[in-house]
Design a protein around this ligand. Structure first.
Ligand SMILES: [Zn+2]
Length: 488
C-alpha cells in the first residue's frame, strides 16, 4: 500500500438505476465527477441480496460460506430458537482486523452488524442491529468515544428515532426530517473524526437511502397500488433528494482531504416492491410443515387461519382511527432496550402462531429469516431432525426446487420465483453447514418476508414496504491505483 489514504463510503442500497439518470441531469455533481474521473460499474450483491451477508462479504472479501453471516437471524445451536445476529457471527477476519495488524490506523463507522465493537488500531462506532443504547455496554471503541461524540458533535444518531422508525402514511414529513437529521449527524461525526484522529483507512456506511427506498418508493412509482397523484406531487422526489443529500455530504468530506483514494460501494441495489411471499404457508400447504396438536398451538393456528396474525393486526392499527394507538404501541416497543425487545418478540411468539408451535416430529422443511431461505429438518443437524441425509434429503430438495419454480401468485396466476438454488450452488467453505438448504430469488416486485415466521395467512400479500433490494449495486473508485473507465 502506498502512503495514500483510503476513504470508503458505503451507501446501503444505492443503485446506478437512480444514480445514473440523476448524474445525467447534473444533479449529483460529486458522484458524476468520480464516475467520470474514476472507475465504476455495477456491483453484484450476494445471493439473495440481504444486507447482513452482503456487508459481511464487504468486510471480509469472502462469500457467506466462508464468513458465516447468512441472514439477520440464525438458529441457536442445538435448538430451534431464532436469534438476531451480531459481530460474533462474522467468523472471518475483517479488513479492519488485517489493517490493524499491519499497523495501519483505521476508522470504522456504522458498518452493519459490527456490534459489539472490537478493539482495533483506531476507532469504531457500530452499526445496524446495535441494541438500544440505554441498556447496553456501549457501541464505540474506545468506549470513551461515545461521550466525546456527545460533547463535540451532539448526540450520535445511529438510527431513525422511536417516533419515525416505522413509517406510516401520514407521518411522511417527520420521517423525512428524521432521515435528514440522521444523515447530517453522521456527516458531522465523520468530519469530526477525520479531522481529529489519524487514519489510513476510513470506512463509513450511510443507511438513509435504504430507509427511504423501502418506505417511500410508491410515491415515485405509478404502477404501485398505493401510488396517488397528490402524494406523488409532494413526495415523489424525496428519494432523489436524499441521493442529492448524499452527494453533498460526499462533496463536503472530499473537500477536506487531498491525496485520498475514494471507494464508494453499496451492498445491493433497489427497486419497486408490491407483494410479500410467505413461504411457511406454502410449506404448510405442501404438508412439509405441521403445527403441534396441543390445544394452544391449535388455537393459534385457528386464529392464524382466520386472519388474526401480525400482518392483519398491524394493518388494522394503521387505519386512521387507530393510528394513535399504533403510535403509542410503537413508542413503547421502540424505546425498550434490546433484551426487552427480544422479550416483546417472545411475547408476540406466545400470542401468534410462531416457530415454537411447529411440530418437529412431522416437519420436513421450514423457513426463517429475510428473503425466506428454506431449511430441511435434517437428522443429525437439527435437534429433532426427521429427514435422513442422502437420498431422502436430495429428493426433498429436488421436490422443493421444482415446486418453487412453479409457485404462482394466486391473484394473477403468474410465476413469482425467478431463480432457485441448492445450498452448494451458493455456498462453500467452513460455515456452509449453517447455510439454507434451498434459497431463491423472487421475481422483481415480490419479496419473501421473514422477520416473523408466520406474518400472514396468505401465500402472497400486499407489502407494507414499497421498495426492496436488487442484485445490482454500485461501485465507484477513484485514486492513483485505478484507471478510468466504466463497466456496466
Ligand atoms: Zn442493505
Amino acid at each position: 500500500m502506498s502512503n495514500e489514504r483510503i476513504f470508503v463510503l458505503g451507501v446501503d442500497a444505492a443503485t446506478l438505476d437512480i444514480i445514473k439518470p440523476l448524474v445525467r441531469r447534473g444533479e449529483l455533481p460529486t458522484f458524476g465527477r468520480l464516475i467520470k474521473e474514476g472507475v465504476s460499474g455495477q456491483l453484484t450483491s450476494v445471493t439473495p441480496p440481504v444486507t447482513a451477508p452482503a456487508w459481511g462479504s464487504f468486510a471480509t472479501g469472502k462469500k457467506p460460506g466462508k464468513h458465516g453471516l447468512f441472514n439477520f437471524y440464525c438458529r441457536q445451536e442445538d435448538s430451534y430458537n431464532i436469534i438476531p445476529i451480531n459481530s460474533a457471527h462474522l467468523r472471518s477476519v475483517a479488513i479492519w482486523n488485517i489493517l490493524s495488524e499491519k499497523g495501519k490506523k483505521v476508522g470504522v463507522i456504522n458498518v452493519p452488524f459490527t456490534y459489539p465493537p472490537e478493539k482495533i488500531n483506531g476507532f469504531m462506532i457500530t452499526g445496524k442491529m446495535t441494541p438500544r443504547r440505554e441498556s447496553e455496554r456501549g457501541f464505540t471503541y474506545p468506549a470513551s468515544l461515545k461521550e466525546e461524540l456527545i460533547q463535540e458533535v451532539g448526540d450520535y444518531r445511529m438510527d431513525l428515532s422511536d417516533e419515525t422508525k416505522w413509517y406510516t402514511e401520514g407521518n411522511e414529513d417527520a420521517f423525512i426530517k428524521d432521515l435528514y437529521q440522521m444523515a447530517e449527524n453522521r456527516a458531522q461525526t465523520v468530519l469530526y473524526l477525520m479531522k481529529k484522529y489519524e487514519w489510513d483507512v476510513f470506512i463509513v456506511v450511510f443507511t438513509f437511502i435504504d430507509d427511504v427506498q423501502h418506505w417511500l418508493w410508491h410515491y415515485m412509482d405509478p404502477k404501485n397500488p398505493r401510488y396517488n397523484t397528490k402524494g406523488a406531487k409532494e413526495y415523489g422526489n424525496v428519494i432523489y433528494q436524499l441521493y442529492r443529500k448524499m452527494d453533498l455530504i460526499l462533496e463536503t468530506i472530499l473537500e477536506s482531504f487531498n491525496n485520498t483514494t475514494i471507494i464508494i460501494v453499496s451492498d445491493h441495489g433497489a427497486g419497486p416492491l408490491y407483494k410479500l411471499i410467505h413461504i411457511n404457508n406454502w410449506l404448510m400447504d405442501l404438508g412439509m410443515l405441521r403445527v403441534k396438536e396441543n390445544p394452544i398451538s391449535q388455537a393459534k393456528l385457528w386464529m392464524f387461519k382466520h386472519g388474526i396474525n401480525p400482518e392483519n393486526v398491524y394493518s388494522l392499527l394503521r387505519k386512521p382511527g387507530l393510528r394513535s394507538l399504533l403510535r403509542i404501541l410503537r413508542r413503547k416497543f421502540s424505546s425498550m432496550g434490546s433484551e426487552k425487545r427480544e422479550r416483546t418478540l417472545k411475547t408476540l411468539r406466545k400470542i401468534f402462531l410462531s416457530i415454537s408451535d411447529i411440530d418437529w416430529s412431522k416437519t420436513k422443511a421450514y423457513s426463517f429469516g429475510v428473503w425466506a431461505p428454506i431449511y430441511i429438518n435434517l437428522k443429525g443437524r437439527e435437534p429433532e431432525g426427521i429427514v435422513e441425509p442422502g437420498k431422502e434429503y436430495e429428493d426433498l430438495r429436488d421436490f422443493l426446487v421444482d415446486e418453487l419454480r412453479k409457485l404462482e401468485d394466486p391473484e394473477t396466476g403468474c410465476r413469482i420465483v425467478d431463480k432457485v438454488y441448492k445450498r452448494e450452488e451458493l455456498y462453500a467453505g467452513p460455515y456452509s453447514n449453517d447455510a439454507p438448504d434451498v434459497a431463491f430469488l423472487p421475481r422483481d416486485t415480490y419479496m419473501a418476508s421473514g422477520h416473523f415466521e408466520f406474518l400472514s395467512n396468505s401465500l402472497v400479500s400486499p407489502s407494507y414496504w414499497s421498495g426492496s433490494h436488487r442484485m445490482n449495486g454500485v461501485i465507484i473508485m477513484k485514486g492513483a491505483s485505478y484507471q478510468g473507465g466504466c463497466y456496466d
